[in-house]
Design a binder for this molecule. Structure first.
Ligand SMILES: Nc1nc2c(ncn2[C@@H]2O[C@H](COP(=O)(O)OP(=O)(O)OP(=O)(O)O)[C@@H](O)[C@H]2O)c(=O)[nH]1
Length: 309
């Protein structure tokens, strides 16, 4: 990666966390250069909560600061560094790239998330990433609810250069997935990435549909699906957390990808999610192009949030 592109990508990442880090800066500045007593710790905890980091993560950072530095004078810089370290400690255990390890192949990756979260784009980005690592990739259009979704996935499949298994609008997603696994097995596919419908408003239907996909997959390979990746839109802030709750219940989420961390996102919610659910964060989306999926770097993200990057 050239210097230019790496600096522009961290600039974009700064964008995605700007609301969080600005809010934190505003609230932390008056607290810095003071003795770390209970009142100061309260203010720090409030500042973290107001920055979308959530009460659990905020409480954890507060506790760590209290244990390590209670009664000490602390400069604003030291405070920021300490906050960055604690946020990184929350994020490090969940940073886990999506790896193609399944045997027998293909590894079946269900991608779920509400419409508009960036699901289709993320599927294309993942496909591109795997192809760069020389894996054979195939896509399956399991969102048959809307013709536009199938068309959009086809456009991305063509652009990335991977085959797409698709059926008619309103077709049975489970049978498409069945066909895709069979074809993928015959063709030596390493990773089969499956788009699914994002109808959260109809939980029952979505749950039935996913259960049927699982059942069909299980007949071909009891280990499949190997991954159930939930795509979250970072601009949704705290709403992302309620989406995790619901999708965990309906779909059994195994990992997260957060998108749109290049815009005016409320990126701090990533920390709240990490602390609350402990689900692996596989990658983050920082743009609309196929190479805009980045590894999740917990230390960089923590430093960006704390304003010391
Ligand atoms: N800025 C930015 N935009 C993104 C990112 N990921 C996706 N988008 C945009 O978000 C919009 C929705 O993305 P899609 O991939 O179509 O989302 P979807 O969840 O498949 O939504 P439906 O097509 O409605 O099912 C598109 O305009 C994408 O270009 C990202 O990381 N950053």
């Amino acid at each position: 990666m050239s210097d230019d592109s790496s600096s522009s990508w961290s600039d974009r990442l700064l964008g995605g966390f700007r609301k969080t880090s600005d809010r934190l800066s505003e609230n932390i500045a008056p607290v810095g250069n003071a003795r770390l007593d209970d009142a100061t710790l309260d203010e720090i905890e409030d500042a973290l909560i107001m920055s979308d980091l959530g009460p659990e993560a905020a409480g954890r950072v507060r506790e760590a600061l209290r244990e390590q530095r209670f009664g000490n004078e602390i400069t604003e810089r030291q405070l920021r560094e300490a906050v960055a370290e604690e946020i990184a400690a929350i994020l490090r255990p969940v940073a886990k790239p999506l790896e193609v390890t399944a045997f027998p192949r293909p590894q079946v990756i269900l991608v779920i998330g509400v419409n508009g979260s960036g699901k289709t784009t993320t599927i294309a980005k993942l496909a591109h990433l795997f192809m760069e690592d020389d894996y054979e990739v195939m896509l399956a259009a399991g969102d048959t609810f809307r013709a536009a979704a199938i068309g959009q996935l086809q456009t991305w499949a063509d652009r990335v250069g991977v085959p797409l298994v698709r059926g008619p609008e309103g077709g049975d997603p489970a049978s498409i997935v069945f066909d895709a696994v069979k074809r993928g097995t015959e063709e030596g596919t390493d990773a089969l990435i499956v788009d699914t419908a994002g109808r959260l408003q109809n939980k029952r239907e979505l749950m039935d549909e996913l259960a049927k996909i699982r059942k069909v997959l299980g007949r071909l390979n009891p280990e499949a699906p190997h991954d159930v990746v939930l795509v979250l839109d970072a601009t949704n802030g705290q709403n992302a957390l309620s989406q995790i709750d619901v999708f965990k219940e309906v779909a059994g989420v195994t990992g997260l990808i957060m998108t749109k961390l290049d815009g005016t996102a409320r990126g701090g919610v990533l920390v709240a999610a990490a602390q609350k659910y402990g689900l692996p964060i596989h990658a983050i989306g920082v743009g609309e192009q196929m190479d805009d999926l980045r590894p999740f770097d917990p230390d960089l993200v923590a430093r960006v949030i704390a304003g010391v990057a």
